[in-house]
Design a protein around this ligand. Structure first.
Ligand SMILES: NC(=O)c1ccc[n+]([C@@H]2O[C@H](COP(=O)([O-])OP(=O)(O)OC[C@H]3O[C@@H](n4cnc5c(N)ncnc54)[C@H](O)[C@@H]3O)[C@@H](O)[C@H]2O)c1
Length: 306
């Protein structure tokens, strides 16, 4: 009775745990969580390892916007990219804004390079609180037209990179008894866009990535580590102009951009910042009760057809 009276006056996140609940549950439930203030989404003191933190061209890709937004919320960033110059560009923005950022060239498909990058991050910052697995990209093809080499490369780029990130970062997080992992998937893994191009390996890898995240989330759910997937929809990132126009053989970027806007129920493509906003939320304490989910950031694509 007393418990009910006290609980009724407290915000739900401060409700008292029952005496029959296990200690771990009790201590988590009574940790105060400040909400509804400027302290929301505060990442001060957190260290974020962002894999694929560069952008394929000028502007704001998902990884670049995510790294910068994590820094704006107070996190210190360890940027990695297979293209060092791309990571440097992101780091330059963060430093210009007064943030702290290290750069490390790394092919996230290569175990030795990922191990070395994780070691370098721990050496520099002492810990890893947030891991963002952003590496990815699509190649067209059905099972017959796609070569075995392209299939293997697509699974490596879109799925193995996340496996590698988790393989070497999870032991660090386990020692800390805390950490958050966010894997960047694609709507292509869940819905085929009518009249869209076929990219079997990309779709397969991105669907697999969500399954990988769920399994990893459950493997570490009692260890203070959360793992979630952001399902990115049809976005206007630099890869539209830099890669897709050429890959799809469309004469000009404006035509492709208009087609992509029209294919989204909400009426327009999202940007790298929409992805970044979702990632920052999932990385924050405000999302402490969220693990093993897929969060679509897709302007309604997964809910209905245009
Ligand atoms: N832009 C979209 O419309 C869209 C839609 C759905 C999903 N996505 C997903 O978003 C993610 C990336 O988006 P982005 O806008 O940041 O793309 P981007 O291509 O601009 O940036 C990705 C970065 O990853 C780096 N990279 C590639 N392979 C790597 C490797 N093996 N090791 C380390 N770094 C590597 C690239 O050099 C690049 O700088 C991908 O996972 C992609 O599948 C994008």
């Amino acid at each position: 009775m007393l418990r009910n009276v006290v609980s009724a006056k407290l915000p739900s996140n401060l409700m008292l745990a029952s005496s029959t609940e296990p200690n771990a549950v009790k201590s988590a439930a009574i940790q105060p969580l400040i909400t509804g203030s400027s302290a929301m989404l505060d990442l001060k003191g957190k260290i974020a390892f962002v894999a694929g933190a560069g952008s394929v061209g000028p502007g704001w890709g998902n990884g670049k916007a995510t790294a910068v937004l994590l820094a704006r919320q107070g996190a210190q960033i360890f940027t990695t990219d297979i293209k060092e110059a791309a990571a440097r560009e992101t780091a330059g923005v963060i430093k210009e804004e007064g943030g702290v950022c290290a750069v490390h060239a790394c092919n996230m498909t290569n175990a030795d390079e990922v191990r070395a990058a994780v070691d370098a991050c721990v050496k520099r910052f002492g810990r890893i609180d947030i891991l963002i697995n952003n590496c990815g990209g699509s190649a067209a093809g059905d099972p017959v037209s796609m070569t075995e080499e392209v299939w293997d490369a697509q699974l490596d780029l879109n799925l193995k990179t996340a496996f590698m990130g988790c393989k070497f970062v999870l032991p660090v997080m386990e020692k800390q008894k805390a950490g958050v992992i966010i894997n960047i998937s694609s709507i292509a893994g869940f819905r085929h866009q009518v009249a869209g191009r076929v990219n079997v390996a990309y779709s397969t890898a991105k669907a697999g990535l969500a399954a990988f995240s769920r399994s990893t989330a459950m493997a570490y759910v009692k260890k203070g580590i959360r793992c979630n997937t952001v399902i990115v929809g049809t976005m206007h990132t630099p890869l539209v102009e830099e890669r897709l126009v050429k890959q799809l053989g469309i004469g000009d970027a404006a035509t492709l951009i208009a087609q992509r806007h029209a294919a989204v129920p909400i009426g327009f493509m999202g940007t790298g910042w929409d992805t970044a906003n979702a990632v920052v939320f999932l990385a924050s304490e405000e999302a402490r009760y969220i693990t093993g989910i897929e969060l679509p950031v897709d302007g309604g694509i997964s809910a209905g057809r245009v």
